[in-house]
Structure formats: C-alpha cells, structure tokens
Design a protein around this ligand. Sequence first.
Ligand code: PHB
Length: 390
Amino acid sequence: MKHIVMAAAGLATGFALPAVAEDIKVGLMLPYSGTYASLGNEIEAGFRLGLETYGGASGATFEVLTEDTEAKPPVALGKAKKLILQDKVDVLSGIVSSGVLGAMRDLIDGSKVPLIVANAGNDEATGEACSPWITRLSFSNAQVNRPMGTWLHDQGVKKVYTLAPDYAAGHQMIDAFAASFTEAGGEIVGQQYTPFGKTQDFGPYLAKAQSSGAEAVYVFYAGGEAISFVKQYDSFGLKADLPLYGAGFLTSPLYVNAEGPAAEGVTAALHYVPTIENEANAAFTSAFKAKTGHLPSEFAVQGYDSARALVEAVKSGASDRASLGAALRKVSFEGPRGMLSIDPATNNLVQPIYVYQTVAGPDGLTQNVLAELPASADPANGCDLAQVSN
Ligand code: PHB
C-alpha cells in the first residue's frame, strides 16, 4: 500500500508532522512521431497544465513518464508492458489511435492497471470490449459522427461519398455517420479507405469521389493526413462543387492554420472547440495560450481533463492501481466542456457535439459554431460496468 507516509523524524520525536502523500507514477503513452505526432505533443501539454493547475490541491506529487507509441499497436504494447512491469506505474494515460487502444485492451484488463483514455475513440473499448480499468475522458468515434448523419440530411444533402484511413477509427467514424445518414433517408453513393499513414497522394481517390454523383463528401482524417487531404481537396478544385464535411479533427484548431485558406468553409463536428463560451473554458484557453502560444484544441482539453480526473481520483483518497481504477470511473467536475458526466454503464463520457465551420477571423482561421447537438449515450453493446467493481 502506498497511501500516506509519515516522516520518521516526526515519529521519533513524538510530533505529528503533516501527512505527505506519496508520488503517483503516471505512464503517458502518446505518438511523438508519425502522422499523429502533433496530437501527442498537444495532449501532453494539456495533461501537464491540468496537473499544474489542479495537482497541488491533492497533496500528492505526480511523476510523469512518457513513451512514444508511434501510433503503432505492436510498439505501443511493448511500451505498455515496460511501464506496467518495469516502471510499475500506478496509472496509464494517453493513447491516440483506436488501433493501439484495441491492441492494449486485454493487457490493461488483465493487469488491472487503470487507463485514462485521452484520445482514442475506439467504440469497442467502451462497448462490447469495455473494462472497469478503462475510463475515457475524450470521445468515442460513434459519438462524434452519429449526430452528423441526421444533421447533414436536415441541411438538404441527400447523396454523400465517404473517405477515411483504413484502420479502426476510420471505419467506426464513417459507419456511425453512414448509419444515421441512411436512416434519415440519405444515400451513400461510394466509399473508399486509404492506407493509414502511408497515403501521400489523394488524387486517385478524389477523382472517384468527383465522378460519383455525390452532392458532398464526408471524411475522417487527422494530424498530418488531415493537412495533406484538406490542401489536396482544395487544389483539386472540388470544394466549390462538392462541399467537404467530416469529423472535426479534419480542421482541428491544432493544425488548421497549416491548412490555410483550403480549410475555409469546411463544416465538421467535435466535442470541443475553443470558441465555446463558459467560465471554465475562458480560464483554460487563456492559461493554455500563455503556456504554449496557441489556443487549445480538442486534443489539449482531452489531456487537461484526463489529468484533472486523475487529481480528482487522488483527492477522493485513491493512491494505488486498484483504488485509482475504482475512483476514476466516478469522477465528475466542471471543465472547459461543461459538467463532465461519465456513463456508469460504459465508462465513456456523455457530451454534446458541436457542428462548426472554419472561417477567417481577425487572428487567422477560427471555429464558428453552427449547432450544438444534444449529448446522447452510445449503445452499451452488452457492456454493463455499473454492476462491476474494480
Ligand atoms: C483514433 O484513432 O481513435 C483517432 C485518432 C485521431 C483522431 C481521432 C481519433 O483525431
């Protein structure tokens, strides 16, 4: 047991010195190389700001060990084993890729180390393959995309072509969009999946989309792939005839300025944009900007809220793997996204989704919120964590 340690000098002299909580060792697993490298750095910046802002009030100190997952499942598995077995971390956080999260699920569940997911949207991790040791402070792939199918159909768009990288997140995001779009009466006229992290030239895919008879294109791309895709979509001359929509990582505030004017007019959905107006977000955006020089993105808030969740768990008395695992699932606090609520059945966040358009503002590109779509819990798909204790 780690709990509270008393200084020996205090015991020897008979004085009760203030209790000092021991270090909490955190393994932060993020991609620091490859197409998602910028996401990893942004999540870490948010995580460290979260610890700095809230950690002091917990009485504990936090030691953060970082590992580069490269967004590759086998690499990440090796790093997770090292953090769990050799470094003996109390808790893991991070994970950007749904593929990595899927590969790590059994290791986490079997070794009973709590994992705070700070990005990866893999639906199964809070659905059919859920675990009391996995708590998500980010979003699920279905959650972000499902409301967009109905919304886009309501805008009068009836025929859509879809594109995404060929791995778990690409398929889950597009499937959720396509299910609600077709249920509303829309038609998916064609779909393609591009090799993940390897596609430099989207031209052949765009040519097929152009001749498909679609009225719009709906995609998921993130990081380096999003920058290439949005620029090529524009230079291909498609934007005017075939409006571009997608999961909002496509034009994330993190790299929208690297996309430049090509991103203007793209409409997409996310669980957080920095233009949300509330007190907690005003404090967060100014603190993050003071630290990093830029406004926070969805990735930053995910890191920030993950760290805050850890601090809240420690404040409730948790200090080792088992107690942290149990406490993390029950945390609740008011953050930049509003009041945070974790679905007790699945350990996934339930949160509203914002439809936003990228527009030119006085300080560069910004996010104009067009609609706030109400929060709805994902289907549990057999997951029933409310009955399970850590
Ligand atoms: C994922 O693989 O789950 C993923 C990656 C990058 C994003 C969103 C989701 O921006």
